[in-house]
Design a binder for this molecule. Structure first.
Ligand code: PLP
Length: 401
Protein backbone atom coordinates (compact mmCIF):
# COMPACT_ATOMS: atom_id res chain seq x y z
CA UNK A 1 0.00 0.00 0.00
CA UNK A 2 1.25 3.50 -0.87
CA UNK A 3 2.08 5.28 2.36
CA UNK A 4 2.80 8.93 1.64
CA UNK A 5 3.26 9.97 5.25
CA UNK A 6 2.35 8.91 8.73
CA UNK A 7 -1.09 10.25 9.55
CA UNK A 8 -0.74 13.06 12.07
CA UNK A 9 -3.53 13.72 14.50
CA UNK A 10 -5.99 16.54 13.86
CA UNK A 11 -6.63 18.06 10.50
CA UNK A 12 -4.06 19.49 8.17
CA UNK A 13 -4.11 23.30 7.96
CA UNK A 14 -4.02 24.06 4.25
CA UNK A 15 -3.28 27.78 4.45
CA UNK A 16 -1.71 28.25 1.05
CA UNK A 17 -3.48 30.77 -1.20
CA UNK A 18 -5.13 27.97 -3.11
CA UNK A 19 -6.04 25.24 -3.52
CA UNK A 20 -8.09 25.97 -0.42
CA UNK A 21 -9.93 23.73 2.02
CA UNK A 22 -12.89 22.03 0.39
CA UNK A 23 -15.91 22.19 2.73
CA UNK A 24 -17.44 18.86 3.74
CA UNK A 25 -20.69 19.79 2.01
CA UNK A 26 -18.83 20.18 -1.27
CA UNK A 27 -16.92 16.91 -0.79
CA UNK A 28 -20.19 15.12 -0.15
CA UNK A 29 -21.70 16.62 -3.29
CA UNK A 30 -18.75 15.43 -5.39
CA UNK A 31 -19.15 11.98 -3.87
CA UNK A 32 -22.07 11.19 -6.15
CA UNK A 33 -22.57 8.48 -8.74
CA UNK A 34 -21.30 9.79 -12.06
CA UNK A 35 -24.21 10.30 -14.43
CA UNK A 36 -24.64 10.19 -18.19
CA UNK A 37 -23.39 13.55 -19.38
CA UNK A 38 -25.76 13.31 -22.33
CA UNK A 39 -28.75 12.24 -20.22
CA UNK A 40 -31.63 14.44 -19.00
CA UNK A 41 -30.30 14.98 -15.46
CA UNK A 42 -27.03 16.43 -16.69
CA UNK A 43 -28.68 19.18 -18.74
CA UNK A 44 -30.36 20.54 -15.61
CA UNK A 45 -27.08 20.51 -13.69
CA UNK A 46 -25.26 22.22 -16.57
CA UNK A 47 -27.84 24.99 -16.81
CA UNK A 48 -27.82 25.55 -13.04
CA UNK A 49 -24.05 25.86 -12.70
CA UNK A 50 -23.75 28.12 -15.75
CA UNK A 51 -26.43 30.43 -14.31
CA UNK A 52 -24.71 30.36 -10.91
CA UNK A 53 -21.37 31.28 -12.46
CA UNK A 54 -22.98 34.24 -14.25
CA UNK A 55 -24.21 35.42 -10.88
CA UNK A 56 -20.86 35.04 -9.15
CA UNK A 57 -18.97 36.69 -12.04
CA UNK A 58 -21.68 39.37 -12.21
CA UNK A 59 -22.40 39.03 -15.89
CA UNK A 60 -25.39 38.46 -18.10
CA UNK A 61 -23.10 37.34 -20.91
CA UNK A 62 -21.76 33.89 -21.68
CA UNK A 63 -19.68 31.93 -19.18
CA UNK A 64 -17.88 28.78 -20.26
CA UNK A 65 -16.54 26.06 -17.96
CA UNK A 66 -13.47 24.05 -18.90
CA UNK A 67 -12.31 20.79 -17.34
CA UNK A 68 -8.88 22.36 -16.85
CA UNK A 69 -6.80 24.22 -14.30
CA UNK A 70 -6.65 28.02 -14.43
CA UNK A 71 -3.85 27.93 -16.99
CA UNK A 72 -6.30 26.43 -19.50
CA UNK A 73 -8.67 29.37 -19.07
CA UNK A 74 -5.75 31.80 -19.57
CA UNK A 75 -5.02 30.09 -22.89
CA UNK A 76 -8.69 30.04 -23.86
CA UNK A 77 -8.95 33.80 -23.32
CA UNK A 78 -5.96 34.54 -25.54
CA UNK A 79 -6.59 32.08 -28.38
CA UNK A 80 -10.26 32.93 -28.74
CA UNK A 81 -10.01 36.70 -28.78
CA UNK A 82 -6.70 37.45 -30.51
CA UNK A 83 -4.86 36.92 -33.78
CA UNK A 84 -1.27 35.91 -34.65
CA UNK A 85 1.20 38.67 -33.92
CA UNK A 86 -1.34 40.90 -32.15
CA UNK A 87 0.16 43.28 -29.61
CA UNK A 88 -1.03 42.91 -26.01
CA UNK A 89 -0.26 45.12 -23.04
CA UNK A 90 0.29 43.25 -19.79
CA UNK A 91 1.19 44.50 -16.31
CA UNK A 92 3.99 42.83 -14.35
CA UNK A 93 2.36 42.42 -10.97
CA UNK A 94 4.23 39.22 -10.05
CA UNK A 95 4.80 35.55 -10.85
CA UNK A 96 1.36 34.83 -12.30
CA UNK A 97 1.31 37.91 -14.53
CA UNK A 98 4.72 36.76 -15.78
CA UNK A 99 3.47 33.24 -16.55
CA UNK A 100 0.51 34.67 -18.49
CA UNK A 101 2.92 36.91 -20.40
CA UNK A 102 5.16 33.92 -21.23
CA UNK A 103 2.14 32.01 -22.48
CA UNK A 104 1.08 34.90 -24.74
CA UNK A 105 4.57 34.94 -26.27
CA UNK A 106 4.51 31.16 -26.82
CA UNK A 107 1.21 31.55 -28.64
CA UNK A 108 2.74 34.00 -31.13
CA UNK A 109 1.49 37.25 -29.64
CA UNK A 110 3.70 40.29 -29.15
CA UNK A 111 3.71 41.41 -25.56
CA UNK A 112 4.58 44.72 -23.99
CA UNK A 113 5.13 44.03 -20.32
CA UNK A 114 4.77 47.12 -18.15
CA UNK A 115 7.41 46.60 -15.45
CA UNK A 116 6.46 46.30 -11.80
CA UNK A 117 8.40 45.71 -8.57
CA UNK A 118 6.13 42.89 -7.31
CA UNK A 119 5.02 45.07 -4.39
CA UNK A 120 2.40 47.21 -6.07
CA UNK A 121 -0.71 46.91 -8.19
CA UNK A 122 -0.85 47.29 -11.97
CA UNK A 123 0.16 50.88 -12.74
CA UNK A 124 -3.01 52.44 -14.10
CA UNK A 125 -1.32 55.67 -15.16
CA UNK A 126 1.32 53.75 -17.12
CA UNK A 127 -1.43 51.77 -18.86
CA UNK A 128 -3.28 55.01 -19.68
CA UNK A 129 -0.14 56.68 -21.02
CA UNK A 130 0.77 53.69 -23.20
CA UNK A 131 -2.74 53.52 -24.65
CA UNK A 132 -2.77 57.25 -25.39
CA UNK A 133 0.55 56.89 -27.21
CA UNK A 134 -0.81 54.02 -29.31
CA UNK A 135 -2.19 56.22 -32.07
CA UNK A 136 -2.36 53.39 -34.62
CA UNK A 137 -4.43 51.30 -32.22
CA UNK A 138 -1.98 48.44 -32.44
CA UNK A 139 -2.68 47.18 -28.91
CA UNK A 140 -5.48 44.62 -29.10
CA UNK A 141 -5.82 43.70 -25.44
CA UNK A 142 -4.86 44.86 -21.96
CA UNK A 143 -4.33 41.94 -19.56
CA UNK A 144 -4.28 42.36 -15.79
CA UNK A 145 -4.22 39.92 -12.88
CA UNK A 146 -6.87 41.16 -10.43
CA UNK A 147 -5.30 39.58 -7.37
CA UNK A 148 -1.63 38.64 -7.77
CA UNK A 149 -1.39 35.44 -5.76
CA UNK A 150 2.40 35.63 -5.61
CA UNK A 151 2.45 38.99 -3.83
CA UNK A 152 -0.89 39.61 -2.12
CA UNK A 153 -1.62 42.78 -4.12
CA UNK A 154 -5.03 43.51 -5.66
CA UNK A 155 -5.25 45.72 -8.76
CA UNK A 156 -8.04 48.20 -9.40
CA UNK A 157 -9.90 46.83 -12.41
CA UNK A 158 -12.46 49.62 -12.52
CA UNK A 159 -9.57 52.11 -12.76
CA UNK A 160 -7.97 50.13 -15.61
CA UNK A 161 -11.31 50.20 -17.44
CA UNK A 162 -11.53 53.97 -16.92
CA UNK A 163 -7.99 54.38 -18.24
CA UNK A 164 -8.90 52.48 -21.42
CA UNK A 165 -12.04 54.58 -21.84
CA UNK A 166 -10.27 57.88 -21.16
CA UNK A 167 -7.79 57.01 -23.89
CA UNK A 168 -10.74 56.19 -26.16
CA UNK A 169 -8.91 52.96 -26.97
CA UNK A 170 -10.70 49.92 -28.43
CA UNK A 171 -8.43 47.28 -26.78
CA UNK A 172 -10.12 44.36 -25.06
CA UNK A 173 -9.75 44.12 -21.29
CA UNK A 174 -8.84 40.64 -20.00
CA UNK A 175 -8.69 39.97 -16.27
CA UNK A 176 -7.39 37.00 -14.29
CA UNK A 177 -9.57 36.52 -11.18
CA UNK A 178 -8.17 33.12 -10.22
CA UNK A 179 -7.47 34.14 -6.61
CA UNK A 180 -10.16 36.79 -6.30
CA UNK A 181 -13.43 35.38 -7.61
CA UNK A 182 -15.64 34.39 -4.67
CA UNK A 183 -13.35 36.21 -2.22
CA UNK A 184 -13.03 39.79 -3.46
CA UNK A 185 -15.69 42.00 -5.05
CA UNK A 186 -15.60 41.51 -8.82
CA UNK A 187 -18.02 42.77 -11.51
CA UNK A 188 -17.47 41.57 -15.06
CA UNK A 189 -20.26 43.59 -16.69
CA UNK A 190 -20.18 46.75 -14.60
CA UNK A 191 -16.40 47.09 -14.96
CA UNK A 192 -16.57 46.51 -18.69
CA UNK A 193 -14.31 43.48 -18.68
CA UNK A 194 -14.19 41.57 -21.98
CA UNK A 195 -12.76 38.26 -20.81
CA UNK A 196 -12.59 37.13 -17.20
CA UNK A 197 -10.46 34.12 -16.31
CA UNK A 198 -11.25 32.15 -13.14
CA UNK A 199 -10.43 28.83 -11.47
CA UNK A 200 -12.22 26.46 -9.11
CA UNK A 201 -9.66 25.89 -6.37
CA UNK A 202 -9.61 29.15 -4.43
CA UNK A 203 -12.60 31.32 -3.50
CA UNK A 204 -14.97 28.81 -5.09
CA UNK A 205 -13.85 26.22 -2.50
CA UNK A 206 -13.54 23.33 -4.96
CA UNK A 207 -10.65 21.04 -5.77
CA UNK A 208 -8.49 22.10 -8.74
CA UNK A 209 -9.78 21.04 -12.14
CA UNK A 210 -12.35 23.55 -13.38
CA UNK A 211 -11.71 26.92 -14.96
CA UNK A 212 -13.87 29.60 -16.48
CA UNK A 213 -14.11 32.39 -19.02
CA UNK A 214 -16.78 35.09 -18.86
CA UNK A 215 -17.07 36.64 -22.30
CA UNK A 216 -18.37 40.07 -23.37
CA UNK A 217 -20.25 40.59 -26.64
CA UNK A 218 -17.21 42.51 -27.92
CA UNK A 219 -14.83 39.62 -27.14
CA UNK A 220 -17.23 37.17 -28.74
CA UNK A 221 -17.34 39.30 -31.89
CA UNK A 222 -13.52 39.50 -31.92
CA UNK A 223 -13.35 35.71 -31.66
CA UNK A 224 -15.28 35.40 -34.90
CA UNK A 225 -12.57 37.06 -36.95
CA UNK A 226 -9.36 36.17 -35.15
CA UNK A 227 -6.70 33.89 -36.60
CA UNK A 228 -5.08 32.18 -33.62
CA UNK A 229 -5.76 28.47 -33.89
CA UNK A 230 -7.79 26.68 -31.27
CA UNK A 231 -9.99 23.63 -31.05
CA UNK A 232 -10.44 22.33 -27.50
CA UNK A 233 -10.75 25.88 -26.15
CA UNK A 234 -13.15 27.16 -28.79
CA UNK A 235 -15.85 29.30 -27.18
CA UNK A 236 -18.35 28.81 -29.98
CA UNK A 237 -18.60 25.05 -29.71
CA UNK A 238 -19.02 25.41 -25.94
CA UNK A 239 -21.65 28.11 -26.15
CA UNK A 240 -23.65 26.17 -28.73
CA UNK A 241 -23.80 23.06 -26.49
CA UNK A 242 -24.28 25.05 -23.28
CA UNK A 243 -27.57 26.47 -24.57
CA UNK A 244 -29.23 23.26 -23.42
CA UNK A 245 -26.90 22.69 -20.46
CA UNK A 246 -24.60 20.26 -22.26
CA UNK A 247 -20.93 20.32 -23.24
CA UNK A 248 -19.21 19.51 -26.56
CA UNK A 249 -16.99 16.97 -24.79
CA UNK A 250 -17.11 15.02 -21.55
CA UNK A 251 -17.40 17.54 -18.72
CA UNK A 252 -15.93 17.04 -15.22
CA UNK A 253 -19.32 15.79 -14.02
CA UNK A 254 -18.51 15.27 -10.35
CA UNK A 255 -16.70 18.59 -9.98
CA UNK A 256 -19.82 20.23 -11.39
CA UNK A 257 -21.86 18.67 -8.58
CA UNK A 258 -19.33 20.23 -6.22
CA UNK A 259 -19.64 23.57 -8.01
CA UNK A 260 -23.42 23.48 -7.63
CA UNK A 261 -23.03 23.02 -3.88
CA UNK A 262 -20.27 25.63 -3.50
CA UNK A 263 -22.37 28.21 -5.35
CA UNK A 264 -25.27 27.46 -3.05
CA UNK A 265 -23.00 28.06 -0.05
CA UNK A 266 -21.74 31.38 -1.45
CA UNK A 267 -25.23 32.64 -2.27
CA UNK A 268 -26.64 31.51 1.08
CA UNK A 269 -23.93 33.41 2.95
CA UNK A 270 -24.35 36.28 0.49
CA UNK A 271 -21.51 37.49 -1.73
CA UNK A 272 -21.22 40.81 0.11
CA UNK A 273 -20.88 39.00 3.45
CA UNK A 274 -18.29 36.68 1.93
CA UNK A 275 -16.25 39.68 0.74
CA UNK A 276 -16.48 41.38 4.15
CA UNK A 277 -15.40 38.16 5.87
CA UNK A 278 -12.31 37.99 3.68
CA UNK A 279 -11.43 41.64 4.37
CA UNK A 280 -11.77 41.11 8.10
CA UNK A 281 -9.57 38.02 8.15
CA UNK A 282 -6.99 39.79 6.03
CA UNK A 283 -6.94 42.71 8.47
CA UNK A 284 -6.54 40.35 11.45
CA UNK A 285 -3.62 38.69 9.65
CA UNK A 286 -1.91 41.98 8.86
CA UNK A 287 -2.25 43.11 12.48
CA UNK A 288 -0.50 39.92 13.54
CA UNK A 289 2.29 40.42 10.98
CA UNK A 290 2.90 43.99 12.14
CA UNK A 291 2.94 42.93 15.79
CA UNK A 292 5.59 40.33 14.95
CA UNK A 293 7.62 43.19 13.52
CA UNK A 294 7.67 41.62 10.05
CA UNK A 295 7.05 43.44 6.78
CA UNK A 296 4.11 42.89 4.43
CA UNK A 297 5.25 42.49 0.81
CA UNK A 298 2.44 44.70 -0.54
CA UNK A 299 3.82 48.23 -0.27
CA UNK A 300 0.51 50.01 -0.88
CA UNK A 301 -2.07 49.67 1.94
CA UNK A 302 -4.82 50.68 -0.49
CA UNK A 303 -4.12 47.55 -2.50
CA UNK A 304 -3.74 44.92 0.24
CA UNK A 305 -5.24 41.61 -0.84
CA UNK A 306 -8.25 40.32 1.11
CA UNK A 307 -7.40 36.74 0.11
CA UNK A 308 -3.74 36.34 1.07
CA UNK A 309 -0.86 38.12 2.78
CA UNK A 310 2.75 37.71 1.64
CA UNK A 311 5.22 38.28 4.47
CA UNK A 312 8.87 39.23 4.00
CA UNK A 313 11.50 37.31 5.94
CA UNK A 314 14.11 39.25 7.87
CA UNK A 315 17.42 39.48 5.94
CA UNK A 316 19.51 36.32 6.25
CA UNK A 317 16.60 34.03 7.14
CA UNK A 318 15.08 31.41 4.88
CA UNK A 319 11.33 31.51 4.30
CA UNK A 320 11.45 27.92 3.06
CA UNK A 321 13.23 26.65 6.18
CA UNK A 322 10.58 28.42 8.26
CA UNK A 323 7.74 26.88 6.22
CA UNK A 324 9.36 23.47 6.58
CA UNK A 325 9.44 23.87 10.37
CA UNK A 326 5.77 24.89 10.39
CA UNK A 327 4.81 21.87 8.29
CA UNK A 328 6.80 19.42 10.38
CA UNK A 329 5.79 20.73 13.78
CA UNK A 330 2.25 21.92 13.21
CA UNK A 331 1.04 20.12 10.09
CA UNK A 332 0.29 23.40 8.36
CA UNK A 333 1.11 24.33 4.76
CA UNK A 334 1.94 27.97 4.02
CA UNK A 335 2.51 29.34 0.52
CA UNK A 336 6.07 29.57 -0.73
CA UNK A 337 7.76 32.54 -2.34
CA UNK A 338 7.74 32.16 -6.13
CA UNK A 339 10.59 32.88 -8.58
CA UNK A 340 11.81 36.45 -7.84
CA UNK A 341 10.84 36.23 -4.18
CA UNK A 342 11.71 32.55 -3.68
CA UNK A 343 12.81 31.84 -0.10
CA UNK A 344 12.34 35.54 0.70
CA UNK A 345 8.63 35.55 1.47
CA UNK A 346 5.99 33.18 2.75
CA UNK A 347 2.31 33.56 2.00
CA UNK A 348 -0.61 33.11 4.35
CA UNK A 349 -3.80 32.15 2.53
CA UNK A 350 -6.96 33.46 4.20
CA UNK A 351 -9.48 32.69 1.52
CA UNK A 352 -12.25 30.23 0.90
CA UNK A 353 -13.97 28.25 3.62
CA UNK A 354 -12.43 29.83 6.71
CA UNK A 355 -13.65 31.40 9.94
CA UNK A 356 -12.22 33.30 12.89
CA UNK A 357 -10.83 30.16 14.52
CA UNK A 358 -9.18 28.98 11.31
CA UNK A 359 -7.44 32.33 11.08
CA UNK A 360 -6.41 32.23 14.75
CA UNK A 361 -5.12 28.66 14.40
CA UNK A 362 -3.16 29.66 11.33
CA UNK A 363 -1.61 32.69 12.99
CA UNK A 364 -0.74 30.59 16.05
CA UNK A 365 1.08 28.14 13.81
CA UNK A 366 2.99 31.00 12.20
CA UNK A 367 3.93 32.55 15.54
CA UNK A 368 5.10 29.21 16.99
CA UNK A 369 6.95 28.47 13.74
CA UNK A 370 8.83 31.78 13.91
CA UNK A 371 9.95 30.85 17.40
CA UNK A 372 11.01 27.31 16.49
CA UNK A 373 12.79 28.33 13.30
CA UNK A 374 14.71 31.05 15.16
CA UNK A 375 13.30 33.91 13.08
CA UNK A 376 13.74 37.23 14.90
CA UNK A 377 10.31 38.60 15.81
CA UNK A 378 8.25 39.99 18.65
CA UNK A 379 5.55 37.88 20.24
CA UNK A 380 2.00 39.19 20.38
CA UNK A 381 0.88 38.76 16.77
CA UNK A 382 -1.83 36.27 17.65
CA UNK A 383 -2.94 38.51 20.51
CA UNK A 384 -3.23 41.48 18.16
CA UNK A 385 -5.42 39.40 15.84
CA UNK A 386 -7.59 38.17 18.74
CA UNK A 387 -8.14 41.73 19.92
CA UNK A 388 -9.22 42.81 16.47
CA UNK A 389 -11.52 39.82 15.97
CA UNK A 390 -13.17 40.31 19.36
CA UNK A 391 -13.56 44.07 19.14
CA UNK A 392 -17.02 44.22 20.67
CA UNK A 393 -18.41 47.12 18.65
CA UNK A 394 -17.22 45.55 15.45
CA UNK A 395 -18.49 42.06 16.27
CA UNK A 396 -21.92 43.36 17.31
CA UNK A 397 -22.26 45.29 14.07
CA UNK A 398 -22.06 42.06 12.09
CA UNK A 399 -24.78 39.46 11.64
CA UNK A 400 -24.00 36.15 13.33
CA UNK A 401 -21.89 33.94 11.06
C1 PLP B 1 -3.57 34.51 -10.22
C2 PLP B 1 -3.32 33.16 -10.80
N1 PLP B 1 -3.36 33.02 -12.13
C3 PLP B 1 -3.15 31.83 -12.70
C4 PLP B 1 -2.88 30.70 -11.96
C5 PLP B 1 -2.63 29.39 -12.66
O1 PLP B 1 -3.69 28.54 -12.38
P1 PLP B 1 -3.53 26.94 -12.33
O2 PLP B 1 -2.35 26.66 -11.46
O3 PLP B 1 -4.84 26.49 -11.77
O4 PLP B 1 -3.34 26.47 -13.74
C6 PLP B 1 -2.83 30.80 -10.57
C7 PLP B 1 -2.53 29.63 -9.74
O5 PLP B 1 -2.36 29.70 -8.56
C8 PLP B 1 -3.06 32.06 -9.98
O6 PLP B 1 -3.02 32.20 -8.66
Amino acid sequence: MLRLSAHPSGRHFLQIPGPTNVPDRVLRAIDHATIDHRGPEFGELGKAVLAGMQKVMKTEGHVVIYPASGTGAWEAALVNALSDNDLVLMAETGHFATLWKNMAEHLGLRVEFLPGDWRRAADVEAIAARLRADRNREIKAVCVVHNETATGVTSDIQAVRDAIDRAGHPALLMVDTISSLGSIDYRHDEWGVDVTVAGSQKGLMLPPGLSFNAISAKALAASQKNTLRRSYWDWHAMIASNATGYFPYTPATNLLYGLHEALDMLFTEGLETVFERHKRHAEATRRAVRAWGLEILCADPERYSPSLTAVMMPEGHSADAFRKAVLEHFNMSLGQGLTKVKDKVFRIGHLGDINDLTVCGTLSGVEMGLQIAGVPHQTGGVQAALEYLTDVAEVRSRPLG
